[in-house]
Write a protein that binds this ligand. Structure first.
Ligand code: 2IT
Length: 447
């Protein structure tokens, strides 16, 4: 296999699908060498099959807004790969959603899920519906209309969606309510990220952020450091940024920045529990403005419009918002200000130039598919609880999450250790995830 040739073919076939092509390129570059040591993979054309989704559902979603206006959006579900389990992955509601974005996310999800140690295939879905400025009733009507089509594509043993950007517990609740009516199935295991009184894992809302901090701890311990006392710049103020901030403060680190599409809030004395709680209100308001934090906590959170979190001096950068949110220039600014570690929490949060800059300039870097896998892993735990009609305590889930993040870190070290003993976490995560999926595909024949 020549990564370059496969990329040339995909570029010709899917011109303009930039996010998808970017995600495939990163993985193929990482795995090329290992893959070519396995002629049996090449014979079964594993790579050519793995880069294409199994299938994509596309559907129209029509709903009525509060002023009585009829609105139409497009809904999707990309079922990417089922080699190691039923399709699993989140739903993203965002105005910029395209098939390319969901294909990149489904592709990443396949390897991420393989890293979790749990039996889950990869999928992603969503809609170009824009939740910004929508009322609660509009959100409910949209979720119901979306599920009116999606329900036929999913099931507790086929495909299990969850949340992602723009989809949290509230949306999952509205979607499950409609799923029940349509399918006449009362199996809560069809969706994860549910409310804790009706089958949701107690720790699912926190899990992505908590898992990211556990991964960071493992990385730091490997080089003889601890997170206590370090400063963290976090982008976003959504579910992931919230969970990461909560755990960071608990571990004695200082969160000195959060951000939004409107700018950055610098927090020189470190984020407080009250501010972390307020992030939930900011998210629920659907205003999508981080400036609200500065208004609520004057003098403590200092808002600068148009700037990113990466302009604030920190030890560790934690991108927690959106793909490609950290550019090569941002990476240079971070390094110049003394940042020495970047844990990517958002899916493909760093542009390729930023990753290369970090890796070539001594900044410790780990990719999203390893760092953020605690979210989907806890979804997998939620599925287990639902299938066995039991419920675990927060402590039990947290203990399992600790174990899973440690094991993901070990896989990265196993497949990514360089001759000098340092770890290439990008290569480690990609090769570990890839080998597991490739082996499963090989054993299941040409299908
Ligand atoms: O990107 C992700 O891993 C998620 N949005 C969570 C997916 C899940 O099924 O919990």
């Amino acid at each position: 296999m020549k990564a370059q040739d496969i990329m040339a073919r995909l570029q010709a076939k899917y011109p303009g699908e930039v996010e998808y092509l970017q995600a495939v390129q990163e993985v193929l570059e990482s795995v090329e060498e290992t893959y070519n040591q396995h002629p049996e993979f090449e014979k079964a054309r594993i790579v050519e099959r793995m880069v294409e989704p199994d299938r994509i559902f596309t559907f129209r979603v029509t709903w009525v807004d509060d002023s009585g206006e009829v609105r139409t959006n497009t809904g999707y579900r990309v079922q990417f790969n089922s080699a190691i389990g039923p399709y699993k992955g989140g739903l993203r509601f965002h105005r910029a959603v395209t098939p390319s974005m969901l294909k990149f996310l489904g592709f990443e999800q396949t390897f991420k899920n393989a890293l979790t140690t749990l039996p889950m295939g990869g999928a992603k879905g969503g809609s170009d519906f824009d939740p910004v400025g929508k009322s609660n009733d509009e959100i409910m009507r949209f979720c119901q209309a979306f599920m009116y089509e999606l329900w036929q594509c999913i099931g507790p043993d086929q495909d299990i969606p969850a949340g992602d950007v723009g989809v949290g517990g509230r949306e999952i609740g509205y979607m499950y309510g409609m799923y029940k009516k349509l399918a006449r199935e009362y199996n809560t295991g069809v969706l994860t990220g549910k409310g804790s009184t009706w089958g949701g894992s107690i720790l699912r809302p926190e899990a992505t952020g908590f898992g990211a901090l556990y991964f960071a701890q493992n990385m730091l311990h490997k080089i003889g450091k601890d997170i206590k006392g370090l400063t963290l710049a976090i982008s976003g103020f959504g579910n992931v940024a919230w969970g990461a901030s909560k755990k960071a403060v608990e571990l004695g680190a200082k969160v000195v920045a959060i951000s939004g599409p409107d700018g950055v809030c610098a927090i020189p004395d470190g984020i407080t529990p009250e501010m972390i709680d307020y992030m939930l209100e900011m998210r629920a308001s659907n205003r999508n403005r981080v400036e609200d934090m500065a208004t609520k906590f004057p003098g403590k959170a200092i808002f600068t419009p148009g700037k990113k979190a990466w302009s604030v001096k920190c030890d560790i950068a934690l991108p927690c918002a959106f793909q490609n949110e950290l550019s090569e220039d941002d990476a240079k600014e971070l390094k110049a200000n003394g940042c020495w570690c970047c844990c990517e929490v958002s899916n493909m949060g760093c542009q390729p130039g930023a990753i290369h800059f970090f890796q070539n300039n001594g900044v410790l870097f780990a990719p999203g598919k390893a760092v953020n896998a605690g979210g989907v892993a806890t979804s997998g735990l939620e599925m287990t609880q639902n299938a066995s009609h039991i419920s675990w305590s927060g402590e039990e889930v947290d203990q399992k999450l600790h174990f899973i993040m440690k094991s993901i870190h070990e896989q990265c070290v196993k497949f990514g250790t360089r001759p000098d003993g340092s770890v290439d976490y990008v290569k480690g995560a990609n090769v570990a995830g890839f080998m597991k999926v490739a082996q499963a595909m090989l054993e299941q024949g040409i299908v």
